[in-house]
Design a protein around this ligand. Sequence first.
Ligand SMILES: Cc1cc2nc3c(=O)[nH]c(=O)nc-3n(C[C@H](O)[C@H](O)[C@H](O)COP(=O)(O)OP(=O)(O)OC[C@H]3O[C@@H](n4cnc5c(N)ncnc54)[C@H](O)[C@@H]3O)c2cc1C
Length: 321
Amino acid sequence: MSEVLVVVDHVDGAVKKPTYELLTIAKRLGEPSAVYIGPADKASEVTDKVKKYGAEKVYVVDDAQLKGYLVAPKAEALAQLVEKASPAAILIPSSAEGKEIGGRLSIKLQSGLITDAVDVQPGDGGAPVTTQSVFAGNFTVQAKVTQGTPIITVKPNSAAPEESEGAGAVEEFTPTISDTAKTAQIVAAQPRQATGRPELTEAAIVVSGGRGTGGNFEPIEALADALGAAVGASRAAVDSGWMPHTFQVGQTGKTVSPQLYVANGISGAIQHRAGMQTSKTIVAVNKDEEAPMFELVDFGVVGDLHTVLPAATEEINKRKG
Ligand SMILES: Cc1cc2nc3c(=O)[nH]c(=O)nc-3n(C[C@H](O)[C@H](O)[C@H](O)COP(=O)(O)OP(=O)(O)OC[C@H]3O[C@@H](n4cnc5c(N)ncnc54)[C@H](O)[C@@H]3O)c2cc1C
């Protein structure tokens, strides 16, 4: 069975959930091998985690000579690893960094690249066939790579992580990094202040608010905290200065695909839908029963969010307690 490389999504060795989703997808396509590019002293911690989700092999690329640079050295390291391992496919998390790595890798390997897949399944002969939502969510397409090694970036929440014990055989890989790959250097980095909530694009549940909040996001945040969800916002809420742009969901904001999306006081404009309509279950609270968002929902509540959300939050907290 051919290897399928999965680029590990992590922060300083702390593995993030999309990695487990990619390993689960990789298992459908072949034999999952995790590629960890990061501090070598965290490699055994990472290995312990990824082997629980089926990683048969873990390539450890010590980032000592890549650290402090932007993505070019990572793409170079991956290209060399691909030449060595000749995998059947490479799966990369669909973050901004992941997509840039994918683009660079595609040029280096002269291979086809598919970005923002929401599903990947084995097609004829086992080659991966992806599903993507395109043109502001108006079309769902299936695609496959027709040249070279398929490079696929996959959106968070595209698969439910499935535990399955892999061998987790560690193999160290030392790439040769060219000077050209080191021409852009990071001179300072400040981590974003933690909100205590999950990252918007990775969250399993997103609770969003729009103009209908009137600028009071407290009921949205309280419901999000009761559900362990991330908070999102419509552009109207962001343009009004109620929430920062990093919270915006939609065509000119972030694209989310959670298990559950709760839209509150959001009309459901096409540009907002473009960022959330691949969510698995959609719930809306809106006081206008004609709101277009109701065309999209699995469950809808016609009512004032300032009454509905506190009642729902109280009930959820009561049942949790
Ligand atoms: C090029 C372009 C890009 C865009 N990109 C984005 C994008 O990325 N994301 C995005 O969101 N928009 C985007 N927009 C804007 C988009 O067209 C809409 O204007 C925007 O989504 C509207 O936000 P809203 O639903 O919060 O506000 P509105 O359309 O004003 O809707 C507010 C809703 O709240 C309801 N409501 C009011 N009070 C209450 C209450 N008390 N309880 C319950 N419901 C209540 C109303 O019935 C109404 O349905 C873009 C537009 C353009 C032209």
